[in-house]
Structure formats: structure tokens, C-alpha cells
Design a protein around this ligand. Structure first.
Ligand code: NZQ
Ligand code: ZN
Length: 387
């Protein structure tokens, strides 16, 4: 295990009706004037936004609202949010929604106290030193932004999708009521399940030795998601499976299972190129890229892929070579994604084979991955394996 520091300072308030506490939580976190950030209207239709605003009123928190955040959130609303906060002296960000609303709020929080362009942070030109505080009300188990130190923003023209990790990005609190996820379209829930599994697997495939504890934690989380996912998709009112997914999505990405080990993240970087270019859902991009990545790199450490196949997917080993077992594990994972309604090929997310060289060349920093480092020719190979 490698040396590490781990601080997950978020107060998680989990369970039925917890959204009614949000006003008090903002006050406890020092907020007095909040910008409520939300997406395309699901929180208006479900009545959640009205409940949140009522709770803010009750706690004496002044507020303004900014809706319209789209999946793969764009920089234009970040600029708009920064302007609203500055002009109205707002001191707290309250996203109500999923990763897109939360990541937009995190970017606004970075940008308000900064004299330059907030994109400096996402393009690696500068590092945020201060940010407005934020807390969130989560409506989809997926990105894990409610507990993570990350935020991912896309340029309005779709040319670049870039992430930024900073400890300033950990929310002060996260309200997590599984019932709020009952209204999710099943496709979005499937995307979320894929994404949280990907967050675990980006950490699982490592070159670091002696990581038995975090391996076992990762495997338990994956197994719980594999069990709860289909139940939640089949029954949109089943509280326990939605609760399992909601907490698993947070654990998958607050780094509980990633400490002390090198992590990969190549599939995410390649997936971001697909989301930026074709505007496909983040989870869908991962359902296409992750199996293709595995098929491309498994020979680097067949034993780790055998462990994954046997412990997570229950692949039998008798009479089979290690390579066969490894490949059966990858196939089982891909079949699981497809059974949830996820795509399996580049074409299914709108991708074209002729775009592959440009997609590979655009990956941030010109290379990606740590389990196996991929340069543009290898990234092309991964994308071809998805055709
Ligand atoms: O916009 P509304 O109308 O709210 O609809 C949303 C949106 O269309 C809908 N939805 C969410 N909750 C709902 C609901 N519909 C009905 N009922 C509900 N309860 O679902 C759609 C997707 O929402 P979004 O916020 O985009 O989903 P997600 O949480 O998957 O976030 C995806 C974004 O997060 C980034 C992704 O790249 C992508 O941009 N990620 C952020 C990370 C982080 N900050 O740590 C890590 C991830 O790896 C990821 O990159
Ligand atoms: Zn992700």
C-alpha cells in the first residue's frame, strides 16, 4: 500500500424526507444567500425544488435560482452563475440534481473569488486556492460528485471536456434521499450504475502490490451494485435497491476504495472524448469504452483480470486457461451492461470509425492511463476494439 492522505469532510444526510433539512444544513455550513443550481426541469416536475426553496425560506436563507444545466454541463452557465453570485453577493452554492448540476456549482464556486477566467483551472493553467462553500441535494446515483473532489465541465462548443480535482470540491453536505431517484428514467439509472462501477474499476486495475483490503472493498461494492442494479431498474419504487445504489455511488468515488494505490482513469479520459464529441451520456460512453479498454490491456496483468472474473463475476476456472477466464470476466461485465440497456459499440453512441484518430489525439495531455500508459496509437486501438 502506498502512503496517502484521505479527508472526506462531507456531512452525508441520508434517508427519507431528508431534503426538508436542507435550509438548516446551509445555515450550519455558514451560508446566508444561496444560488440554487438545477438542470432541465426534473426537480421542478417532481416538486423537489419547491420543497428545497420552502426549507431555505424557513431557515431564513435568501436565494436565487439558476436552472438549465445540461448533461455534460457547459461553461456558459458557469460564467452566468459566477456573474449572478458576484452581482447579488451570494455566499453559498446549492446544486439540486446530479453530477451535472453539482459540477456546475463547483466550477462557479471556484470562479467567484478568482480574478481570471475559471477555465484556467480546468485547462491546468492555474490551481484554485479559494472557493465558495457548497452543499448538494442528490437526485441520481451516478457520478459520485456528492462526495468527490472532482468536477467536469465541457466547453459550450463541445470541443473540450475537462475535469478538475481539488479538495475545495468536496461538498460541505450531501442530502441523499433514495426516494428522489424513483422518478429517474431507467436509461439514466443504467448510466449511473455503469458509471459507479467504472469508478471502482478505474481504481481496481492497478500496478500497486499488497492492496488486498481495498481490492476486497472494491469487489464487495461491485457485487452489491450488480445485485441491486437490476432490482432497481425492474421496480422504480423499491427503496432498498435504490438506497444501496445511492450509497454505493458515493463510496465508489469519494476514494474510499482508491487510497494507497495507483489508479488508471484511462477509460474515463477516452469516454470524455466521446461525450464531448457526440454528447452521449457519461455512463453510456463508459459502457462502450471500458470493455474495449479491458480487451486491449488485460495481457498486462492476466492474474488481476482472473481475480476480477472469479471474485466479481463468479467465473468458473476448471479446465480453462487464465486467459480464457480473464476474457470470460470481461464478457460477463459487458453482458451485464447490455442487460441494463447500455450500448456496446462506438456506433451506438453516435461514433464513427473515421473520427478515431482525432478522438485519440484530443485526449488531455496526449496520453492517459497508469495501469497501462496509452499513447494515441494505443488509444486508437481501444476505440477500434469498441467498433
Ligand atoms: O436535467 P434534469 O431535468 O434534472 O434531468 C437529468 C438529466 O437529464 C436526469 N435526472 C437526474 N435526476 C433525476 C433525473 N430525471 C428524473 N428524476 C430524477 N431524480 O438525469 C439526467 C442526467 O443527469 P446528470 O446530472 O447529467 O447525471 P450524472 O449524475 O450522471 O452526471 C453526469 C456528469 O458528471 C460528470 C460526467 O462526466 C457528466 O458530465 N462526472 C462527474 C464526476 C465528479 N464530479 O466526480 C465524476 C464522473 O466520472 C463524471 O465524469
Ligand atoms: Zn465517471
Amino acid at each position: 500500500m502506498l502512503n496517502f492522505e484521505f479527508c472526506s469532510p462531507t456531512k452525508f444526510v441520508f434517508g427519507r424526507d431528508t431534503q426538508k433539512q436542507v435550509g438548516g444544513l446551509v445555515r450550519q455550513a455558514g451560508g446566508t444567500r444561496a444560488l440554487v443550481v438545477y438542470g432541465g426541469g426534473s426537480v421542478v416536475r417532481s416538486g423537489l425544488l419547491a420543497q428545497v426553496l420552502a426549507s431555505l425560506d424557513e431557515a431564513g436563507i435568501a436565494h436565487m435560482e439558476m436552472g438549465g444545466v445540461v448533461p455534460n454541463p457547459r461553461d456558459d452557465l458557469v460564467y452566468e452563475g459566477i456573474r449572478l453570485c458576484r452581482e447579488n453577493n451570494l455566499d453559498f452554492l446549492l446544486p439540486v440534481g446530479g453530477g451535472s448540476a453539482i459540477d456546475t456549482a463547483k466550477a462557479i464556486a471556484d470562479g467567484v473569488p478568482y480574478d481570471g477566467d475559471f477555465w484556467d483551472f480546468y485547462s491546468g493553467k492555474a490551481t484554485p486556492e479559494r472557493a465558495l462553500p457548497h452543499g448538494c441535494v442528490l437526485t441520481i446515483p451516478a457520478a459520485g460528485s456528492e462526495g468527490s473532489n472532482s468536477s467536469v465541465i465541457t466547453k459550450a462548443d463541445g470541443s473540450l471536456k475537462r475535469g478538475l480535482s481539488s479538495e475545495l470540491h468536496r461538498p460541505r453536505f450531501a442530502v441523499m434521499n433514495p426516494e428522489l431517484t424513483f422518478t429517474l428514467p431507467r436509461y439514466q439509472l443504467a448510466c449511473g450504475i455503469t458509471d459507479m462501477m467504472a469508478h471502482i474499476m478505474e481504481r481496481y486495475f492497478t500496478n500497486t502490490k499488497d492492496v488486498a483490503l481495498t481490492d476486497r472493498l472494491a469487489e464487495a461494492l461491485l457485487q452489491s451494485i450488480i445485485e441491486a442494479g437490476p432490482k432497481a431498474i425492474a421496480d422504480s419504487t423499491d427503496y432498498e435497491s435504490h438506497a444501496t445504489l445511492m450509497w454505493a455511488g458515493m463510496l465508489a468515488h469519494n476514494n474510499s476504495v482508491g487510497v494507497g494505490r495507483e489508479q488508471d482513469w484511462g477509460s474515463h479520459q477516452i469516454g470524455h472524448e466521446l461525450s464531448a464529441k457526440y454528447d452521449c451520456a457519461h455512463g453510456a460512453s463508459l459502457a462502450v469504452v471500458f470493455p474495449a479498454w479491458m480487451k486491449t490491456v488485460y495481457r498486462h496483468d492476466v492474474a488481476r483480470f482472473v481475480q476480477f472474473a472469479t471474485r466479481v463475476w463468479g467465473v468458473e476456472t476448471a479446465g480453462k486457461s487464465d486467459e480464457q477466464v480473464a476474457l470470460e470476466g470481461i464478457a460477463a461485465m459487458q453482458a451485464f451492461f447490455v442487460s441494463l440497456g447500455m450500448p456496446a459499440t462506438l456506433a451506438e453512441v453516435g461514433g464513427r470509425e473515421e473520427d478515431i484518430p482525432a478522438l485519440a489525439a484530443n485526449v488531455v495531455g496526449g496520453k492517459t492511463g497508469h495501469f497501462v500508459e496509452l499513447l494515441p496509437p494505443q488509444i486508437e486501438e481501444v476505440l477500434r476494439a469498441a467498433c
